[in-house]
Design a protein around this ligand. Sequence first.
Ligand SMILES: [Zn+2]
Length: 113
Amino acid sequence: MAGKQCFRCKRFLPESSFYPYRPGDRLQSYCMTCHVECQREYRSTHPDYNKNEHHKFYANHPGYNTVAARMARAEARKKKLELKAEAPVESTEATKDQKFTHRRDYSTSEGFR
Ligand SMILES: [Zn+2]
């Protein structure tokens, strides 16, 4: 089995335990476990990493995910749920009628003729 030694933990692991730099590209020197740990470590030691990207995004999307926007979404969701809760009662009546209109009504004597 083709394998590769992790540069960080020095374990000898199958190639499937390594991420490629890009899909189909050569494999990275760190195994998946070390890769994840390394990223976590980097983020904890670099708390400002990615922060600017977020600021840019919020600057370009005014009102995105603000308290007001969240409240509006929650309200819309609540309304939808209320409609859903009421709907089954109405829809069963309606679908029942629809379902049986094509059938002959055998409850009356006319049906047997
Ligand atoms: Zn490793």
